[in-house]
Design a protein around this ligand. Structure first.
Ligand SMILES: [Zn+2]
Ligand SMILES: [Zn+2]
Length: 385
């Protein structure tokens, strides 16, 4: 064990330990006790649902996709809302959160540098990393100089602690007082909501690096998981996210659950967000297929493969044929892109729309071809199962 990964001797952070333990204990004892003895009003339940969604989405839309990854740009109004919700989530200032998250992406799974490396175990990546002063968890604010330019974030960072306490106590008390159910709202909208906020976000660092599939890359521990997507307001497609971190989406198919993406798209349609970054469909599909080839190759080379030798030879031939066709399609795409860039440069402003439309049309054809190939490779893989 190196000094960086020493889990025994790093000094404990008592404020965090007490805050996490106390809120968790109240949530599992006082919250149900109060429910059984006094009952909760509809207002208390409503405050829980609304505040949970508000805080969680502020972290996913704001802290994560806007500030950590700069996947889009936002008007000051949504930025203010995300800053308030993020503060109320009690997960540190956006500057500290984003600095840590940028390191997580850069050094993912490196136990000495990734602040919540999954390689150090479930407990560590979930919450343990915040309970001691590990060298890997020390925030490096030089990584968020770009965010420091935003006065909203400078203000939040400067007054973070009193501001967070004020919001976490003040908002539930105010709503509870107005609804005539002070304790009910405080316990559900205040305490239970905060504990849920914490652990749902922490699941992205723990469960989303351990449970699920790896359709795009197996070079890091991140996983795609639709169950986690529901629990984390769309952040469960974490395998996609780690390979295409600057894309404003985590889920790319229409049927996948990603309310964070829907909110960002809605803000854009209202003129409150702009410059939404999207990885081209061809590139996404290319990674999926490259991953399929990697898996198939491993299977074909497996010494204990329970498929007759002749069939293995036939499948190998099919594999190399598919691979050649894949490389040809990838080459075609690169050429198409180069041509598009060149033609965009040459074209007059009024003609650019036509050039783009033609590029889009041809890209669609390539994506359709790659999807078809994805299905064929699935069938090939099924024969090896
Ligand atoms: Zn991650
Ligand atoms: Zn991220």
């Amino acid at each position: 064990m190196t000094a960086a990964t020493d889990t025994e001797h790093a000094p404990r952070i008592w404020t965090n330990i007490i805050m996490f333990a106390a809120t968790f204990l109240v949530a599992i004892t006082v919250v149900p006790w109060y429910g059984f003895t006094h009952g909760y009003s509809a207002a208390a339940w409503l405050s829980f649902v609304v505040l949970l969604a508000f805080c969680e989405l502020s972290v996913t839309c704001g802290y994560h996709r806007l500030w950590s990854h700069k996947a889009y740009e936002a008007h000051w109004f949504p930025r203010l809302v995300f800053m308030l919700g993020g503060t109320m989530s009690l997960q540190n200032s956006a500057l500290i959160w984003s600095a840590g998250h940028r390191v997580h992406h850069r050094y993912v799974d490196d136990n000495g540098r990734d602040p919540y490396s999954a390689g150090r175990g479930f407990w560590f990546s979930h919450i343990g990393w915040m309970l001691r002063e590990y060298p890997s968890g020390k925030p490096d604010l030089s990584l968020v100089r770009d965010l420091e330019k935003d006065p909203l974030l400078r203000f939040q960072h400067r007054f973070y602690v009193p501001f967070a306490v004020l919001l976490n106590v003040g908002v539930p008390v105010l709503i509870g007082w107005m609804a005539g159910d002070l304790w009910g709202v405080f316990l559900l909208g205040g305490v239970l909501r905060l504990v849920m906020n914490h652990h749902l976000t922490f699941f992205i660092n723990s469960l989303a690096h351990a449970w699920g599939t790896q359709p795009y890359t197996d070079e890091n521990s991140a996983r795609d998981n639709p169950v986690l997507a529901v629990l984390t307001f769309g952040e469960g497609y974490h395998n996609f996210h780690h390979i295409f971190a600057h894309d404003y989406r985590n889920a790319v198919r229409w049927w996948q659950y990603d309310p964070t993406k829907w909110i960002i798209a809605t803000l854009a349609s209202m003129g409150l967000a702009s410059k939404l970054k999207r990885v081209p469909d061809v590139v996404i599909q290319r990674s999926r297929i490259a991953m399929q080839f990697k898996r198939l190759e491993r299977k074909l080379d497996e010494p204990r493969l329970r498929v007759p030798r002749l069939d293995v030879e036939r499948l190998r031939a099919q594999f190399s044929e598919e691979y050649q066709s894949f490389m040809a399609t990838v080459g075609e795409w690169s050429k198409l892109r180069e041509e598009w860039v060149a033609r965009t440069r040459e074209s007059l402003a009024q003609k650019i729309g036509d050039v783009d439309a033609e590029f889009k049309r041809q890209s669609h054809v390539i994506v359709a071809r790659l999807r078809e190939q994805q299905r064929r490779l699935q069938m090939l893989g099924a024969q090896l199962a």
